[in-house]
Ligand binder design. Structure first.
Ligand code: ADP
Length: 493
């Protein structure tokens, strides 16, 4: 009987299920959109029950599509949008407040109270104080429901990230666990001591009984008894960490970048955390057995979103794919630089106030060149992140593995390869997030015998090699740096 691993990717805008075979090939998939609501400016919430129903639906659909039963499923892997927080009642399993989504700024004011503890929190958690992370979201919920603190202290509430919520529901409320990669995004987990940090719990006034047991990313979380009496959940990781694993970035120095709406670069730094002075986050990549692997993470807010903007607002292209055609219609971007700082700039600038700008326009500037400059801006921003990673780790970063919607664009990847310069590998599988937890789960059950075996089945679809001269790279990149600098001056006008 053919066996598969069932991987779930519960994201901000969709939930996907994918069946992978022993070669790591995607055999079937199912998909459902999930909705967020925006009750106030800057607030983003989701319905935890809707997320759970989407999981039930994609699993049912995929089994029907594949015409198989749970007897064909070896085990389940779960990857999830990170930091998004749910609080629910232990007795009924019902949420007491909407899920607060990672992007939501609603706990911003709470964060301000802790700014003087910035370094203390960074040392313990590897994170910067920001409403993204779960601690202040939990605090916000407890402060906004009737008797929240008292109910939390008496043990009648449970809190967790989306992995914990889905595991809890899948196991009919029997299992209350989270994986280390997700725990490391809560701002309550000590990434050196590998435990919930009592000082931080005290600082945020969050009782420990509210939180789940933390487990290795590849371990037995329990049977998904809502669906079957025999299929265990054995791989769990936050989406970006899962993608890093899916790319088989198992060794220190290996790095991946996901080019979606924004871009996320993660660098495997091995068995010790490295702390950044320039705004990279230190995070746990995964834990297998006793072995913990750490990563450095940098983010670009506007990546593929600049292509959406060209399509939907500027009407310069009809489809995202056209951006590549347009870019190839000209010899160069003719000195144009677009700084797509629509919502500020992320790593390494961390500037909330800067806004988008364009430089270098001339009478003969045209649409093709403008589109090309927008694609180049994605690559420059990722180079900014990778340059910081190089500096802070002294790792050479000779090759980069890529995934995400915008990596369909060959022009973008060739330019990225040129400007880094580095070899870029685009894998055959496009669902790296789901693939990571498939590998983690299969490693635990023996579906995949070893990391070496996984590396040997990993398939690269296309390799991009740097072709530009050093001089050209230096000249183009110095133009970019100047453009960023000028944008940041403009905000202060
Ligand atoms: P997310 O997971 O963040 O929703 P995806 O990985 O699905 O993102 O990628 C979607 C992004 O990729 C969009 O911002 C879109 O503009 C961009 N994109 C899609 N196709 C292309 C393309 N051919 N060239 C450049 N960007 C693209």
């Amino acid at each position: 009987m053919e066996k598969y691993i069932l991987s779930l990717d519960q994201g901000t805008t969709s939930t996907r299920a994918i069946l992978f075979d022993k070669r790591g090939h995607e055999c079937f998939d199912s998909f459902r959109e999930v909705k967020c609501s925006y009750p106030k400016s800057g607030w983003v919430e989701a319905d935890p029950l809707d997320l759970w129903v989407s999981v039930i639906e994609v699993i049912n659909e995929i089994l029907i599509k594949a015409n198989i039963s749970f007897a064909n499923i070896d085990s389940i892997g779960i990857s999830n949008q990170r930091e998004t927080t749910v609080v629910w009642e232990k007795e009924s399993g019902m949420p007491v407040y909407p899920a607060i989504v990672w992007q939501s700024r609603q706990s911003g004011e709470i964060c301000e109270q802790y700014m003087d503890k910035k370094e203390y929190i960074h040392e313990k958690t590897g994170l910067l104080i920001n409403p993204y992370f779960s601690a202040t979201k939990i605090r916000f919920i407890l402060d906004h429901i009737p008797n929240g603190q008292q109910r939390a202290e008496s043990g009648s509430l449970m809190a967790g990230t989306i992995d914990t919520w889905i595991i809890y529901k899948m196991t009919k409320g029997r299992v209350f666990k989270t994986d280390v990669s997700n725990a490391s995004r809560t701002m309550l987990y000590n990434i050196n001591e590998m435990k919930w940090d009592d000082d931080l719990l005290r600082l945020f006034n969050i009782p420990k009984c509210l939180l789940a047991q933390v487990c290795p990313s590849s371990s037995n979380y329990g049977i998904a008894s809502f669906f079957s009496d025999s299929v265990p959940i054995c791989g769990v990781a936050g989406d970006q960490q899962s993608a890093l694993f899916g790319h088989t970035c198992f060794n220190p120095g290996s790095i991946k970048c996901t080019y979606g709406t924004g871009c996320f670069a993660l660098l495997n730094t091995g068995d010790a955390p490295i702390y950044s002075k320039q705004g990279l986050l230190t995070t746990i990549a995964w834990q297998i057995g006793d072995k913990v692997t750490y990563a450095l993470e940098g983010s670009v807010f506007i990546g593929g979103a600049v292509v959406q903007w060209l399509r939907d607002e500027m009407k310069m292209i009809h489809t995202s794919d056209e951006s590549e055609v347009e870019a190839n219609r000209c010899e160069s971007s003719n000195g144009i630089y677009v700084v797509p700082a629509f919502v500020g700039l992320g790593t390494p600038y961390w500037d909330d106030e800067v806004r988008g700008s364009v430089f270098g326009l001339t009478r003969d500037s045209n649409r093709h060149q403008f589109v090309r400059a927008c694609l180049e801006a994605i690559a420059y921003q990722c180079k900014d992140v990778l340059e910081v990673m190089k500096k802070e780790t002294s790792m050479s970063l000779k090759s980069l593995r890529v995934d995400g919607g915008a990596t369909k664009n060959n022009y973008l990847l060739q330019f990225q390869s040129d400007i880094l310069p580095a070899i870029i590998e685009r894998p055959s599988c496009r669902e790296l997030t789901a693939l990571g937890v498939c590998y983690l789960s299969g490693l635990y059950t023996g579906f995949f015998p070893s990391l070496e075996e996984i590396s040997s089945i990993h398939e690269v679809e296309k390799v991009f090699k740097p072709e530009m001269t050093r001089k050209e790279v230096a000249s183009l990149y110095s133009g970019w740096k100047l453009a960023v600098k000028a944008s940041r001056v403009f905000k202060k006008h």
